[in-house]
Design a protein around this ligand. Structure first.
Ligand SMILES: Cc1ncc(COP(=O)(O)O)c(C=O)c1O
Length: 395
């Protein structure tokens, strides 16, 4: 049996009719940029998040960049963020000219350890970017208290957590801005690149809307220095078809996570399954286990047709591109510890129960084979020792 990490072809086939109709509608309209499809999508996406405004843009990376820019983050500023994230979170900060300042993560949830933030705040600190990694949100109440006390902007990186909640509040609506990615494999993805920014504030949303379109308030009136980061009409039409399924897909992800966790329970001590904080509704963009023999298991799974990946093998503070910041190994002990042990198992709504059970059984076989392997190595060692002793005796 083959278990790929994701299967976007299968996904498209399931929704082919409505997607094809949406694409065809746009192609026949002749309107490809900033038109009625984007307007409709932005309204629906905002409605999903309660009272507020959504602005489509070209990617999750630019969603974070635009939100930071709308908060006037720029050269000379510091932005507090985790190193355990997809590097684009950090790229977006660098794009503003600001400097990322890394904070370690919580040992259980793998997201920002909010208790460590205050030690890093200086006069230069302008914003915090909590990353709701793997589908689970950061402790936002504590974070927002710190941000308010020090007058810092908060931009939530929701790329991996669309639809997740913290104390029943949906991700992306607690900070000044929520930045979303519609990269195809996300919990809700486009069929290409895309992103969006949510804000409860009309003024902030208006500024962001200018920033994503050359800084224009209206044609040829450039009020701020902006870029081109627009979400095109074809993708916006596709996303309208997809929004109604978000809840159902997230539910299926949770079921899959539950099945993995129950199936791996007898390996506790060898495999650490994900922890969901009671404040959170975790939407499992990724199902990440921790295991000492990570490389061995990954290649064992690969040999059996199962694709498991690592999110992420090198934390941002140890990436060559960020060496100029001067971080050394050992500065973020929890991040660096888990980076060597984490492994993401296949996770997407179309995964069948048979495939999940196959992954679970294969992981169990890995351990039982190792146990037998180890005991036969031990037996062989004992025999060799006995043999060499007996040789010594006979001599
Ligand atoms: C946590 C996180 N932030 C930001 C991004 C960037 O999103 P995009 O690929 O749409 O630019 C990603 C996507 O990989 C992500 O996982």
């Amino acid at each position: 049996m083959k278990v790929p990490f994701g299967d976007l072809k299968l996904h498209y086939q399931q929704y082919k009719t409505e997607i094809d109709q949406a694409v065809s509608r746009v192609l026949h309209s002749g309107h490809f940029i900033l038109g009625p499809e984007l307007e409709a999508f932005e309204k629906e996406f905002a409605a999903l998040h309660g009272q507020g405004h959504a602005i489509g843009c070209a990617s999750g990376t630019e969603a974070i960049y635009l939100a930071l820019a709308a908060c006037d983050v720029g050269p000379g500023d510091n932005v507090i963020v985790v190193a355990h994230t997809a590097v684009p979170t950090i790229s977006a900060i660098s794009m503003t000219g600001a400097m990322p300042v890394f904070v370690d993560i919580d040992t259980e949830t793998y997201v920002m350890d909010v208790k460590q933030i205050e030690d890093l705040i200086t006069l230069r600190t302008k914003a915090i970017v909590p990353v709701h990694l793997y589908g689970q949100m950061v402790d936002m109440e504590s974070l927002l208290k710190i941000a308010a006390k020090h007058k810092l902007s908060v931009i939530e990186d929701v790329a991996q957590a669309t639809g997740a909640t913290y104390r029943n509040v949906i991700a992306g609506t607690l900070g000044d801005f929520g930045a979303f990615s519609f990269y195809p494999s996300k919990n809700i993805g486009a069929f290409g690149d895309g992103g969006a920014v949510f804000s409860k504030s009309k003024e902030k949303a208006q500024k962001l809307s200018m920033l994503r379109n050359y800084g224009q308030s209206k044609r040829y009136h450039h009020n701020v220095i902006g870029i081109n980061s627009r979400f095109d009409e074809i993708q916006a039409a596709i996303m309208q078809c997809r929004l109604p399924y978000l809840k159902e897909w997230n539910e299926r992800r949770k079921q899959i996570a539950d099945r993995y966790t129950k199936g791996l329970a007898n390996l506790s001590g060898l495999v650490k399954t994900p922890f969901t904080h009671p404040d959170n509704d975790h939407v499992f963009h990724l199902y990440v286990i921790q295991i000492e023999e990570r490389e061995e298991l990954q290649s064992y799974l690969s040999d059996k047709g199962i694709q498991a990946l690592i999110h992420y093998p090198i934390p941002a503070h140890l990436q060559e591109a960020y060496s100029y910041l001067g971080y050394r190994k050992g500065t973020l002990p929890v991040t660096e510890h888990i980076t060597k042990r984490i492994l993401s198992l296949p996770m997407y709504p179309e995964l069948s129960d048979e495939q999940i059970d196959f992954v679970i059984n294969t992981i169990q076989n890995f351990f039982s084979e190792r146990k037998t392997g180890l005991s036969s190595i031990k037996d062989a060692e004992i025999k060799t020792v006995m043999h060499s002793n007996s040789v010594a005796v006979t001599r």
